[in-house]
Design a protein around this ligand. Structure first.
Ligand SMILES: [Zn+2]
Length: 532
């Protein structure tokens, strides 16, 4: 009964009720689903002396040790590590349950069998996209796909979608959450949706042609890619007067990027297009979105579903759970997942506002909300630039500085060695497409001032390009994701893109000990979570 209430009234319950219902659901989920069938957690709970009955209130959740990306990576001792996280039902355990026996009596054995197939048999998969590490697969049963669709339907409702909207899905076509989430969301909501597969499948031109043909109300994709496509549409003098929503996912969204996208939509003839950010990751097997608020106000935060998961914000150094409204790292525990299941999963993603339960100021829904900017672990750069000015560089902050800069369109930060000599000094080159006909010298001065005010470094050079050159530099339509920060230093190992991030989360990018950067104990490698 309470579980039904939590599901049907997911957007209308006060915090106290949510937490009480969630605690009961967690106990049931652990006792009936996770502990009997998950090799990893059965063993972990036994080792910690825990059982499902150890969980009376949500505070007891803290007794479960964290799981992080490192726990999912295969090692020589555990070549199939990720398999231990897949629920494998034991038929004898299921057969002995009174509920199973009752159902078999009422509806027949075949019906019971088909029910368990739907609940547990893996039939779908998405994976992370690490370039350095093996992608980590996450399996879905039909039960998970139903929840994926339901989460998708909710995001549509929250974003104010209407049945007659036409949606263009511009996420890269790949076995990653973003593309498929949009597919299931639009199917469940029942609106018309076409997937272009992003830049690599159809190119920017193909996406533009599709926009012309389809006249979509909604564009959904990575912010950098949507920016490029709209920029090109403006250059070509096209009109696109139907746009009501630009929905962004897969990378963080700076305030400046929202403004730029609204301006481009305006130029194309859609002055009222609303920009909405979403957030999701492979391990959650779902995503969440903002509701549309007034254009220049702080967004109302990502609206979370209390019946499908538990959300905690922790101090990433101590692991302590932080009170509502404090910034920290997001930790996720599913309440409905089958297939691959991780409990208290440390995302590595940092939210600079925090978790709130009070009614959303714009839509009035009462549900957990993640407020503020999210810095994704995949985007936390921890590279050193100490040879430039002996200083630390936080690339996350740099991205906000540049995305928010006036008169700057697309940009790329390139890190290279002077004369390509591995022993020489590091150089930072800023490639810029300037907009609004501003004078180059003046823009250089402004950008240098912006760098000095907000960071401790300045680029060695600023190079101006036209939009087409910058698209080529960023690899629009070639890379899975546009490269905004690129490391071209001829390191002792092969050069690599610093921006090897993805639509899902990824492990951190600290260089291996003894490779190219951080000597042991060096405290000068900065990550976003160290900033506060
Ligand atoms: Zn809202």
């Amino acid at each position: 009964m309470k579980e039904t209430l939590l599901r049907t009234r997911w957007q209308r319950l006060p915090e106290k009720t949510i937490r009480q219902f969630q605690a009961e659901k967690l106990r049931r989920y652990l006792g009936q689903v996770v502990l009997p069938f998950s090799a990893n957690y059965r063993e972990m709970f036994a080792r910690s002396g825990l059982s499902a009955d150890s969980f009376r209130t949500l505070q007891d959740l803290e007794r479960i040790p964290f799981t992080s990306k490192a726990d999912l990576v295969n090692t020589p001792e555990h070549p199939q590590r990720v398999r231990d996280f897949i629920l494998v039902p034991d038929q004898q355990v299921l057969a002995r349950r009174p509920s199973t026996i009752l159902r078999a009596l009422l509806k027949g054995r075949e019906n019971v069998k088909a029910g368990f197939e739907k609940e547990f048999r893996p039939i779908f998969m998405t994976s992370t996209t690490g370039r350095s590490a093996d992608p980590i697969p996450f399996l879905y049963s039909q039960h998970d796909l139903t929840n994926l669709a339901s989460a998708g339907q909710r995001i549509m409702e929250i974003a104010g979608a209407q049945r007659e909207f036409r949606l263009l899905n511009m996420f890269p076509y790949a076995p990653h959450l973003a593309f498929w989430f949009v597919h299931y969301a639009s199917t469940a909501f029942g609106l018309f949706c076409v997937g272009t597969g992003g830049g690599r499948v159809m190119g920017t031109d193909g996406n533009l042609r599709m926009i012309q043909k389809l006249k979509p109300d909604v564009l959904i994709g990575m912010p950098t890619f949507i920016y490029h496509v709209l920029q090109q549409a403006v250059e070509a003098g096209l009109r696109c007067e139907n746009l009501r929503r630009l929905v962004l996912g897969g990378e963080k969204v700076a305030e400046g990027m929202r403004r730029k996208l609204r301006n481009l939509a305006h130029k194309l003839g859609s002055p009222d297009a609303t920009v909405i950010a979403t957030y999701g990751f492979t391990e959650a097997k779902m995503a969440w979105g903002e509701c549309p608020g007034p254009p220049d106000e702080t967004p109302g935060g990502y609206h979370l579903y209390p019946d499908l998961g538990l959300y905690e914000v922790i101090d990433s150094k101590t692991g302590a759970v932080l009170p509502s409204g404090e910034p920290g790292e997001l930790v996720f525990t599913p309440l409905e997942a089958r297939g691959s299941v991780v409990l208290r999963y440390r995302t590595g993603d940092y939210i600079d506002g925090g978790l709130f339960y009070d009614p959303c100021p714009y839509c009035g829904r009462t549900l957990p909300r993640l407020v503020g900017k999210i810095s994704r672990s995949s985007e936390v750069k921890s590279m050193q630039l100490d040879k430039i000015k002996g200083t630390l560089v936080d690339f996350n902050q740099l991205e906000h500085v540049l995305d928010d800069a006036p008169n700057v369109g697309a940009w790329q930060l390139e890190l290279r060695k002077h004369n390509d000599d591995p022993l020489d000094l590091d150089e930072l080159i800023l490639h810029v497409h300037k907009v609004n006909d501003v004078n180059e010298e003046r823009l250089c001065r402004e950008l240098n001032n912006r760098f000095s005010e907000r960071t401790e470094i300045r680029p060695n050079r600023i190079v101006f390009h036209n939009a087409e050159e910058l698209r080529r530099l960023q690899g629009v339509g070639i890379q899975l994701k546009e490269q905004k920060i690129i490391d071209n230093r001829p390191a002792k190992s092969a050069p690599q893109a610093a921006n090897r991030s993805d639509a899902s989360s990824e492990s951190d990018h600290k260089p291996a000990p003894g490779t190219d950067a951080s000597p042991a104990g060096n405290d000068r490698v900065l990550t976003e979570t160290d900033v506060t």
